[in-house]
Design a protein around this ligand. Structure first.
Ligand SMILES: Cc1cc2nc3c(=O)[nH]c(=O)nc-3n(C[C@H](O)[C@H](O)[C@H](O)COP(=O)(O)OP(=O)(O)OC[C@H]3O[C@@H](n4cnc5c(N)ncnc54)[C@H](O)[C@@H]3O)c2cc1C
Length: 588
C-alpha cells in the first residue's frame, strides 16, 4: 500500500527499510516482497501519489511520452537542483534535474531505453573483482525487467517479453526518419544498426529508438514494479517522508551498524520542515539506500559516513571515515547542434508553437493514448567511436570499456530541441544532439550545510579534461559532415546560432563550452570497489564499507556512467541486487 502520513504506519520495525521509491528502489520493493513473510517499508520524499498506477488523476506530462521533457527543469516534479559554476564551461551554472515523482527519475526521464554495452558490464566485473557483474550473468535480468509489446525494427532474441516494464519502438513517423535511414546507406561511418538496446549487440551506427512505454503511455518503476506489488500486505510505501539521516545502531566488531533511519516531512508540506520532530524506523535486516546518485551521498554524509575534513566544519561527527563518498561523479553531457531547414519541411516546430494544435494533441492522448504525444520526441539515434589513430590517444588511454563501446552519441530530432532554452518564434529546425558518452572528467556531490533540507553542491566538473573536449570537438565536426550526406540535400539550409560561426578548433571548443549542458545521467558517487580496496564506498555485494546492515542500490554504485542511456542499466543492477539481498538473507 502507498500511504502519505506517518500516523498510518502500523509499526516502526520492518525487515527492510528502503530509502527512495525511485527506479531502483521500487524494483527492490517488488522483488523483496515476493516473499509474503518479508516486510518492507519504502520511505520516499515525494509529496504526491499521482502516477502510482495509470490513472486519470495522473500527471499527463509524466505519462504521455512526448511530454516527458516538459516535466523538468524547474517544476514541482523536479528537485530543481543546479550545478555549481562549471570551470570547463565558462563558469556557467544550469539546471540539474532529478525526478521528484513516485518512480523517481524513471517517471521524469525522456524514456530512451538501453542496457549499456556488454563491455560496460564486463568492466564493472573487472574493477570490482566480482565476475557476477559480467554481462553473461546480468543479461538474464532483461527477461525479468522488460516486456516488449511492439514488433518491428529490433532483434527479438535480445529482448524480454514477459517482464515488468514496457519497452516499445516508435509509434509514429517523423519527416526526417527516411532521410536519416538513407544517410546510413550513404555514409560508411554511420551504418544502420538493427537493434539499439546495447548489451550483446553493438551500439555503433544509427537505428530506431526503443522507449520505456507501452500503448502510448510511459512505463516507469512506479507504473510497473510498484503497481504490481502495491496491494501486497507486506509492502508499505510512505511518501512525504524525507530521509534526514541514518542512525547508528549496534555494530559488529569494527563495523558500525546503521539499521535505523530518521525522517521528517517533505519541503512544501509544512512551513518549517526542519523544525518538525523527526521520526525513526528500524530495519531488522537491512537499510537499503536507493536515493539516487545525488540523494545517496547526501544522506551518507549527513549520517557521518564521509570525509572528516568536509563533515567536521559542518558540525557532523564522522562515524565512518570514507573520503570516497560523493566523489567520482561521472555524467554524460549534451550539446544541441541546431540546423535551420527548408521552410516547407514538416518539422514539429510550427505544431509546437500552435497552442490549439498542442491542446488537441493533449486531448487526443487523454482520450485514447494516440496522436503526436503518444510517441517519443525522437525516433532515430546512433553511437560512434573516435578512430583508433585519433591524436588524443597519444596522451590519453582510451577510457571506453572496449572496442565495441562508443565515445559519443548522436540524437536526431525533427525540431528545435534545446532543453531549457525556449524555441524561437519562427523558423523550422532540426537538432543533431552530440552526447559525450565516455567522459574522463569526474566531479563531486558535497553538502552545503548540515541541514538535510538544503540542496547539495553538485559539481560534475564537466569538460575539465582534454579528452572530453576532444571528443566533443570531433563530434561537432562529424555532425557537420553527417549534414553533408546527399540525404539532406534541399532539406538542411544552414547551421543556427554560434554553431554557424564555429569553424576552427578553437571556435568549436568555445561553442562547445558555451552551450553544453547535462543529459541527466549522474553515476558513481558511492562507487563499488573490491572488498579489500581502501577506496570506494560499497563492496561488490553493495554493502557499505565499514558498516553492517546497510546497502546501496542505485546509480551511485556503478563507478562509471555506462555507454548508453542509464535507466536500463539501473533496472538490471537492481534486479541483481534483489537476488544478492535474498541470498544473503537466506544465509543468515
Ligand atoms: C530529466 C531526465 C531525463 C532522463 N532521460 C533518460 C532517458 O531518456 N533514458 C534513460 O535511460 N535515462 C534517462 N535519465 C536517467 C535515468 O532516469 C536515471 O539514471 C535513473 O532513473 C536513476 O535511477 P536511481 O534509482 O538511481 O535514482 P532515481 O530514480 O532518481 O530515484 C531516487 C529516489 O530517491 C528519492 N529520494 C532522494 N532523496 C531522498 C530523501 N532524502 N528521502 C527520501 N527519498 C529520497 C527520490 O525522490 C527518488 O524517488 C534521465 C534522467 C532525468 C532526470
Amino acid at each position: 500500500v502507498t500511504i502519505s502520513s506517518f500516523s498510518q504506519l502500523k509499526t516502526s520495525t520492518y525487515d527492510y527499510v528502503i530509502v527512495g521509491a525511485g527506479t531502483a528502489g521500487l524494483v527492490l520493493a517488488n522483488r523483496l516482497t515476493e516473499d509474503p513473510n518479508v516486510s518492507v517499508l519504502v520511505l520516499e520524499a515525494v509529496v504526491s501519489e499521482s502516477i502510482v498506477l495509470h490513472s486519470d488523476q495522473g500527471v499527463v506530462a509524466a505519462e504521455a511520452p512526448f511530454l516527458g521533457p516538459t516535466l523538468t527543469p524547474n517544476t514541482p516534479y523536479d528537485y530543481n537542483y543546479t550545478v555549481v559554476p562549471q570551470v570547463g564551461m565558462n563558469h556557467r551554472t544550469f539546471a540539474y534535474p532529478r525526478g521528484r515523482l513516485l518512480g523517481g527519475s524513471s517517471s521524469a526521464n525522456y524514456l530512451f531505453h538501453q542496457y549499456g554495452t556488454f563491455e560496460d558490464w564486463n568492466m564493472l566485473a573487472s574493477v570490482t573483482g566480482d565476475s557476477e557483474w559480467s554481462w553473461n550473468n546480468i543479461k538474464k535480468y532483461i527477461q525479468k525487467a522488460n516486456g516488449h509489446n511492439t514488433t518491428g525494427q529490433f532483434i527479438p532474441s535480445l529482448h524480454g517479453f514477459n517482464g515488468v516494464t514496457s519497452v516499445s519502438l516508435p509509434g509514429g513517423n517523423y519527416s526526417i526518419d527516411q532521410r536519416v535511414i538513407a544517410a546510413t546507406q550513404q555514409l560508411p561511418e554511420w551504418p544502420f544498426n538493427q537493434d539499439m538496446s546495447g548489451g550483446d549487440h553493438s551500439l555503433l551506427g544509427i537505428g530506431w529508438l526503443q522507449s520505456s512505454a507501452g500503448g502510448g503511455v510511459r512505463s516507469s518503476s512506479s507504473t510497473s514494479y510498484l503497481a504490481q506489488a502495491n496491494t501486497r500486505p507486506n509492502l508499505t510505501v510512505l511518501i512525504n517522508a524525507t530521509v534526514l539521516k541514518l542512525v547508528q545502531t549496534q555494530g559488529s566488531g569494527s563495523l558500525k551498524g546503521f539499521r535505523s533511519v530518521q525522517f521528517g516531512p517533505s519541503l512544501g508540506t509544512v512551513s518549517n520542515p526542519a523544525a518538525a520532530a523527526p521520526k525513526t524506523v528500524t530495519a531488522r535486516k537491512e537499510v537499503i539506500l536507493a536515493a539516487g546518485a545525488i540523494g545517496t551521498p547526501q544522506i551518507l554524509k549527513l549520517s557521518g559516513i564521509g570525509d572528516p575534513s568536509e563533515l567536521g566544519p559542518l558540525h557532523i561527527q564522522t562515524i565512518v571515515n570514507n573520503p570516497s563518498v560523493g566523489e567520482n561523479l561521472s555524467d554524460h553531457t549534451l550539446l544541441p547542434n541546431i540546423f535551420t531547414v527548408a521552410d516547407q519541411a514538416s518539422t514539429l516546430d510550427n505544431f509546437l508553437r500552435d497552442q490549439t494544435d498542442v491542446n488537441d494533441a493533449v486531448q487526443q492522448w487523454v482520450q485514447n493514448k494516440t496522436g503526436p504525444f503518444a510517441n517519443n520526441v525522437v525516433n532515430t539515434f546512433g553511437f560512434s567511436r573516435l578512430p583508433s589513430n585519433a591524436a588524443i590517444f597519444k596522451t590519453t588511454r582510451d577510457p571506453a570499456p572496449g572496442p565495441n563501446s562508443p565515445h559519443w552519441e548522436l540524437i536526431l530530432s525533427n525540431f528545435w530541441f534545446n532543453p531549457g532554452i525556449a524555441q524561437p518564434a519562427t523558423g523550422n529546425y532540426m537538432t543533431m544532439v552530440a552526447v559525450l558518452i565516455r567522459p574522463t572528467s569526474r566531479g563531486t556531490v558535497k553538502l552545503a550545510s548540515n541541514n538535510p533540507y538544503d540542496k547539495p553542491l553538485i559539481d560534475p566538473k564537466y569538460l575539465t579534461t582534454d579528452f572530453d573536449v576532444f571528443v566533443k570537438r570531433e563530434a561537432v565536426k562529424s555532425i557537420m559532415e553527417f549534414a553533408q550526406a546527399p540525404a539532406w540535400k534541399g532539406y538542411i539550409t544552414g547551421r543556427f546560432g554560434n554553431f554557424a560561426s564555429a569553424q576552427t578548433d578553437d571556435q568549436i571548443d568555445a561553442y562547445v563550452r558555451s552551450l553544453t549542458t547535462t543529459i541527466f545521467h549522474p553515476f558513481g558517487t558511492a562507487a563499488m570497489s573490491p572488498a579489500n580496496s581502501k577506496t570506494g564506498v560499497t563492496n561488490p555485494d553493495l554493502t557499505v564499507k565499514g558498516t553492517v546492515g546497510l546497502r546501496i542500490v542505485d546509480a551511485s554504485v556503478v563507478p562509471f556512467v555506462p555507454s548508453s542511456h542509464t535507466q536500463g542499466p539501473v533496472y538490471l543492477l537492481a534486479e541483481r541486487a534483489a537476488d544478492i539481498i535474498k541470498a544473503a538473507d537466506h544465509l543468515n
